[in-house]
Design a protein around this ligand. Structure first.
Ligand SMILES: Cc1cc2nc3c(=O)[nH]c(=O)nc-3n(C[C@H](O)[C@H](O)[C@H](O)COP(=O)(O)OP(=O)(O)OC[C@H]3O[C@@H](n4cnc5c(N)ncnc54)[C@H](O)[C@@H]3O)c2cc1C
Length: 442
């Protein structure tokens, strides 16, 4: 029997903000020395950090230059990559069922498989929740994947080009117009609205001169709650609303969406918001497959885990990131679904899984809320820094907030490649930006 088969088998499903950091570091720590056989399963062949998706949707980021090939990362960091979607887990036989993979023409590339594990870690993130609103799933675009963000960008560019050429909607005086509705005034909706204003300006500079970027591109953010950014402080919320209004973004609060059609968004108060394009950024839920595993789950279907991020129903299964409901005892709630939580939990599990292999008791995870930042694209950023960094909560905005926001992504890149390659990557992207269009057109 070869050494690899005898090594403890750790299978991590989901190579996102948390999962890819975890397998990279487990591979370096355990896989390299043969102390464990580490496998990553992801439905996609490439990784992109999910908080960048609104920039991909607005065209201000080309996903091809920011995505990472899992197969290459696996070879650099001593883990195995298996592409395919997890469709189930046989907990008796300790195997993960992975679906077949197909190429763009529908030709099968990889058959359905079963992967054995000794320790299984679930990190499959979340999916958009449409709350059963009629027409939402059909007519609104969600931002769960790069493919969805790219689809939105293509439709956005098409709508603007059509309007420029008199083929779209027009004002009463005949001027062209493009209407974009964003449902959900959380961080994703707010950040996307600012990015889109920038995109409209760039498209105008790139030749769509008939389309006035402020007057003719109408951007509405529709929030059901009484204010934008309900999860953040009143101050961050009110400053953000002011900044968005300065960007001529139409902010509607207290408006519950009741229907989405191909042309408009309708609300409970009877408002009709015209929309050539609609984005749904109003909530997330757990991926449905998690309910099929026979493990205890929360109301939203996330895996209930204990203080060590271990499933309450199976000692060999761990879960973290958006797909887990992890206790946050200090606040008597659960850890929020954020990239910074997934990042901290990945670092925690790196230690905890080594303890498990060594037969030591598992430590407890403590989430440190470092604050929340909202980027308004090239225009501004606002947010609050919390606890661990400054011993309290502090409102920040402007250049400092923009730098702190950018540093979140840099921390992720550093966890994947180390600090030196992160710096080289930062410089490379800056140089590339000097010769690339500011909005991806094709
Ligand atoms: C537009 C946008 C902006 C955001 N901005 C911020 C921000 O500024 N700050 C912040 O802290 N958070 C932000 N978030 C939230 C943040 O992205 C998530 O909390 C974070 O990505 C969760 O990490 P994760 O590892 O749990 O899941 P993800 O990063 O979503 O990764 C899940 C992975 O699992 C894979 N997968 C899914 N299902 C399966 C399956 N069945 N089988 C195999 N693979 C599967 C996916 O392909 C993906 O690679 C934002 C989210 C969005 C959408």
């Amino acid at each position: 029997m070869n050494e690899r088969v005898q090594a403890h088998r750790i299978v991590v499903v989901g190579g996102g903000a948390g999962g890819l950091e975890l397998v990279t570091r487990l591979g370096d720590k355990l896989g390299k020395r043969g102390r464990a056989h580490v496998t990553l399963v992801d439905r996609s062949p490439t990784h992109i950090w999910k908080p960048l998706l609104h920039e991909v949707a607005a065209g201000s980021m080309d996903p091809n230059t920011h995505q990472l090939e899992y197969a290459a990362q696996a070879s650099w960091h001593h883990f195995e990559f298996q592409q395919g979607e997890m469709t189930g887990v046989d907990r008796e036989r300790k195997t993960v069922a992975v679906g077949a993979c197909f190429d763009a023409d529908g030709v099968e590339l990889l058959p359905a498989r079963e992967l054995p594990y000794d320790t299984l870690v679930l990190a499959i993130g979340s999916v958009t929740h449409f709350f059963g609103v009629p027409g939402a799933a059909e007519h609104a675009i969600a931002l769960d994947t790069t493919a969805q963000a790219e689809r939105f960008r293509r439709r956005l560019v098409s709508a603007c080009v059509r309007a420029q050429n008199g083929l779209g909607r027009s004002h009463e005086d005949g001027r062209p117009r493009v209407d974009i509705a964003i449902i959900g005034g959380g961080a994703t909706g707010v950040e996307l609205s600012a990015e889109l204003r920038n995109t409209a300006q760039v498209l105008n500079a790139y030749g769509l001169h008939r389309l006035d970027p402020r007057r003719d591109v109408h951007i509405s953010v529709i929030e059901a709650g009484p204010r934008l950014l309900p999860a953040l402080s009143e101050r961050v919320s009110s400053e953000t609303a002011k900044l968005l209004r300065k960007l001529d973004v139409n902010v509607l609060v207290g408006e519950r969406v009741t229907e989405v059609t191909g042309e408009a968004v309708l609300t409970a108060s009877g408002k009709r918001v015209e929309a050539d394009l609609t984005v749904w950024a109003a909530g997330i839920t757990a991926p449905p497959v998690l309910r099929t595993l026979g493990l205890p789950v929360s109301k939203q279907g996330a895996i209930l885990v204990d203080a060590s991020l271990r499933s309450e129903g199976d000692p060999d299964i761990f879960a973290f990131g958006d797909c887990a409901s992890a206790p946050w005892p200090e606040k008597q709630t659960t850890v929020p679904p954020r990239a910074q939580a997934a990042h901290q939990q990945a670092s925690f599990l790196l230690r905890a899984l080594q303890d498990r292999l060594a037969g030591r008791p598992l430590p407890a995870f403590h989430f440190k809320d470092l604050g929340s930042l909202v980027s308004l694209g090239h225009f501004d950023a606002v947010g609050s820094l919390m606890g661990g960094l400054i011993g309290g909560s502090m409102f920040i905005e402007g250049m400092l907030a923009r730098l702190m926001y950018a540093s979140l992504y840099r921390m992720h890149v550093s966890a994947l490649h180390g600090p030196l390659r992160m710096m080289v990557d930062t410089v490379a992207h800056w140089l590339r930006s000097k010769t690339s269009p500011r909005v991806k057109l094709h």
